[in-house]
Write a protein that binds this ligand. Structure first.
Ligand SMILES: Cc1cc2nc3c(=O)[nH]c(=O)nc-3n(C[C@H](O)[C@H](O)[C@H](O)COP(=O)(O)OP(=O)(O)OC[C@H]3O[C@@H](n4cnc5c(N)ncnc54)[C@H](O)[C@@H]3O)c2cc1C
Length: 404
């Protein structure tokens, strides 16, 4: 007999929730298990996401056009510069404009709380999805060829396929035998909203400082979300400051290019590490999102990669079902891994390299950086390739992420 749920999704973060929503729209019988409160997905983190054009296309295809229109703010260009401790940024080094690839923006900025709440609300209204809230998946075992998912409340559910979207700690992945390459960056990032006097003109700025990058991501004409990376020691100290004291510490790093600044809303802080699963699938299991790889946020790509996992996964299992194949069969799931593995590894390696290149003080490093910058600025096809990568428009794009 066929199990009640063809696919069980573990983890109601953005990747798991959107995957669940897309699977049910495609006609799959699906259950979502979230250990937190899935009925109340509002977190005030001071964090916002840079969504690539491909991710915006994905959200539009899933019916979130209104949310992007209401909360999204277009990113009209990216400026990358080096900075000096206590002195703010230097002159602009690299400029990336979407017009270089015939687009008007790179995608949009959206605050985490707005996106999470909208996705959570939409999922609640989707009566075809069964949600197990405040319930953790403890393990999954094979019984006479079927996969049985064991939940914290003593319940067990059989399924054909378990989609593991349980985030960067992916305890479930580790418990099921997946191994990870890990590196602790010994850095933390602070996120918050900063209001500023002059217009940012929709531009995002990334200043590479010796202790880590600081990004200014446009939320509106006169406000940015900052992602300020620094050593663990410094961030632990900054976390203890009140808003006025924090602002005084932020000013030299922020500089004066946007005029006077003030803080708005809460501050969040995050520990940073690299974590990369050595494989993404095995019989009846697939990893997606941060459960596959957690990367340095300097390129703002972690969620974009996770949404691409979800879009590819849907396409693979939908095609397999249409052909009458077993969706949990290794040969089916390996198609998903082949499509996504290279992208995962290359982004993890690139962000790791950039963080190292700008924070390491080995002799000659600055010269190498300047050389690299010169090469990128002057070789048009290379720059165009990097811009398309940032917009999520390179490589084999899954259907849901294509421009329509
Ligand atoms: C400072 C910072 C800035 C960032 N900025 C950007 C950006 O601009 N653009 C971008 O694309 N990315 C960005 N990222 C990356 C992005 O935040 C992550 O890639 C994304 O949130 C991962 O989503 P996820 O759904 O895979 O995992 P998570 O959001 O971690 O969700 C995992 C879920 O699984 C649940 N769970 C865990 N274990 C179990 C279990 N056993 N049973 C049931 N449920 C379980 C958890 O409760 C959680 O709800 C940033 C990251 C940081 C740290």
């Amino acid at each position: 007999m066929k199990p009640e749920f063809e696919i069980v999704v573990v983890g109601g973060g953005l990747v798991g929730s959107l995957l669940t929503h897309s699977l049910s729209r495609a006609g799959f019988k699906v259950a979502l298990i979230e250990k937190g409160d899935q009925q109340k997905r509002t977190f005030h983190t001071g964090r916002a996401f840079a969504l690539s054009l491909a991710s915006c296309n994905y959200l539009k295809a899933l019916g979130f056009v209104d949310i992007l229109e209401q909360y999204g703010n277009p990113i009209k260009g990216v400026i990358v510069t080096e900075g000096e401790a206590g002195k703010g940024s230097r002159e602009g080094i690299l400029e990336f404009m979407p017009s270089e690839i015939g687009e008007e923006s790179f995608g949009c900025m959206i605050q985490e709380e707005n996106l999470l709440e909208a996705v959570g609300e939409r999922l609640k209204k989707n009566k075809a999805v069964r949600i197990f809230s405040k319930t953790a998946v403890e393990d999954a075992v094979f019984d006479d060829g079927s996969l049985i998912v064991n939940l914290s409340k003593g319940k067990s559910i059989p399924t054909e396929l378990l989609a593991i979207c349980d985030g960067s700690q992916s305890n479930l992945g580790s418990r099921l035998g997946y191994s990870y390459i890990k590196k602790n960056y010994r850095q933390r990032a602070i996120t918050c909203t900063v209001r500023h006097e002059k217009s940012n003109e929709g531009l995002a700025y990334q200043f590479f400082m010796p202790t880590g990058p600081i990004a200014f991501l446009p939320l509106s004409d006169h406000s940015v979300c900052i992602v300020w990376t620094n050593t663990q020691k410094v961030v632990n100290r900054l976390d203890q400051l009140d808003n006025d004291q924090f602002l005084e510490e932020l000013r030299p790093a922020f500089g004066t290019f946007l005029g006077d600044i003030s803080l708005e809303g809460p501050r969040g802080s995050w520990s940073l590490e690299l974590s990369m699963a050595r494989k993404m699938v095995s019989a009846r299991f697939a990893l997606l999102g941060d459960a596959v790889r957690k990367i340095h946020p300097l390129a703002g790509q972690g969620l974009n990669l996770g949404l691409r996992d979800a879009a590819v996964f849907l396409e693979i299992v939908e095609t397999a079902k249409y052909r009458g194949e077993d969706i949990g069969f290794p040969t089916v799931l390996e198609r998903y891994q082949r499509w996504r593995m290279f992208d995962s590894v290359s982004f993890a390696a690139a962000t790791d390299f950039f963080n190292w290149a700008y924070t390491s003080s080995i002799p000659g490093n600055q010269l190498v950086r300047q050389l690299g910058t010169g090469i990128i600025s002057n070789i048009t096809p290379l720059k165009g390739y990097l811009i398309r990568e940032a917009a999520g428009l390179s490589g084999d794009i899954p259907e849901l992420m294509k421009n329509r």
